[in-house]
Every structure is written in structure tokens, then in C-alpha cells.
Design a protein. Sequence first.
Length: 329
Amino acid sequence: MTLISLFKQTNPKNANLLIQGPDSFFNDYLVRNYLNQKSFSELDQVIVDCLEDGLDELMATLTESSLFSNQKIVVVKNPFFLMAKVPQKYKKQIEKLTKIIEHLSDLEDIVVFVANYEKIDRRKKISKLLLEHVNVIETTFKPYEVSGIIKAISKEEGYQITNMALQILIQRSDQVLDVSLSNYVKLKNIVGEDKRITETLINENIDRSLSENIFEILTAAFDKKYQEATQRLEDHLREGASAIQLLAIFESQLEFLTCVKVLQNRRWSKDQITKELKVNPYRVKLALENKVSLSKLTVLLKQAIELDFGYKNGTYHGDEFLKLFLLKI
């Protein structure tokens, strides 16, 4: 089985494929897996980048099967002609390409379109025709769905990862799909023969994200461990992070904690909060475990916003004001 089997497909029996979604790294991962099928092993692969090679090159590649008997796989990157706004200079080329797409199922070659776009214009004639003649996979996901995707991929590829290890991996990847996948690939390359991805393996090989570190700084401050909190903060400042950059993450974390506390006071469950805020369940779990009061969070968030404004309008300079803010928690 290929990884596309994990996702909703419009026409699974059709070998011609369109993968559409904003994450290029994830899309390329799916394409490589798809092309790695045994049934394709004897076929030549041709890559046409519509932006670099042009539409004339694409049309020539698609139509040359009538001259040669060797079947091949054509990977079409950056199919900008599917977008809503296309420069007028491409009008005649797109008209010719539309006629080829109309008979795509008659071609001997297998064609894989990779559209790294949030959306395509499904109202256009060429888009409608393409959607009729290919198997469509959409790869647009919400942050809270990332862990499920990585878990499904790891299972399909024969790797074992515990729920806690998966949560840590997603947390350290800031719930970003391409970062999560990249870190998963890194772990695949160093895991043992048992193919078990453990918490220890992740802790030893995947660095904490800046956002995760800021959350731990806040947690230490809430627990009155000011020496630990300030030491961690100074480490980031020495590594080149600016006070404004770190303060923005503090604000984001405080806002998140505030939202969780508000919903918790309304007796929402962890699952309800996760779905509403569209975040990793592990983040919600940690936020629910935090004992700081909603009133305290509201005051801190207001102070952080005022400090941020002071930095940006030039009232405050240097790192000391950020350190004082942390010590007042």
C-alpha cells in the first residue's frame, strides 16, 4: 500500500494523481512514496516544473508518448494554470494544454500533478477537466490533526511510536506538519532495528522548539523557580533572540493559557478545548495542569501587551525590562 491510501481519494483506481495542499515537503514525501511502487520500478521518471520549464515543455512531454512506446511517469510541479489568477500571456498555451488534459486518460504515461497551493480554482475549465481525469488527494490539515497524520504514516511504514513519544514529537515541532514530518524522518534514520521511536530517542535527538522553551520558562516562573526561569531566558538572549521576539511568544503562550482556563471554567472537556482551539491535545493537557488562576493570567497578559507596546514605541530598550516582567510572575 502507498501512503495516499491513508487519505480521502476521489478515484483510487486511477493511476494519474493530483496532490493538492500548501505543504510542499509533505506533498513531496507522498509523491516519493507513490512513485516507489513496484509496478512503477521499470518506468522512466520525468519532472517538469511549469514555472521553470514552461507550459510548452509540459505539453511536449505529455504528447510525446504518441511517438515513443516506452511508458513513463511525468511529475508536474507548480501547475500554476490551476490557480485563479494567471497572466494573460499564458492564455493560448493554456487553451492548448486544456485539450491535452481533456484526453489525459488516453495517454500511455502516468501523470502526477503536485500543486503546493492552499486552493486551486475549481471553476476553470482546465481545472474541472483535470479533476475528472485524476485521483485527487487534498493535504490541507488543521494543527490538531498533525499528530494523527504522523501516527498513521509511522504505522503504515512499520514504525512504532508510543502516544507520549508522539505528543513530545509534535510539541517539539510546534504542531507544524512539515517540521513534524522532518523530525519523524530524522528519527527513522537513527532508530534501531526494532523500529521503535521512544521518548528517550526523541529527547536525545530532537531539540526543543523556541515556543516549547518559552512555555517551560513560564512554568518555572509560575512555580517560583525564578533562577531557572531567568537562566533559560538569558540562554535564549545569548543565542541571539531579541526581547521583542521572546515577548511575542510569551504573549502567545499567556493568551493560550487564558483561553484554556476560560473554557475550563465553562466545564469544557479536554477534547472539546482541543477541537475549539485547534491545537495539539498535549498542549491542552499541560495547560489544564497549570494551577495559575484566570485572574492572574489576565493581569499578566495585559502587562505583556503593555511591555510589548513599550518596546515597539521606543520607551523600553534592552533585556532588563523583559527579565523584570518574568520576575513579577
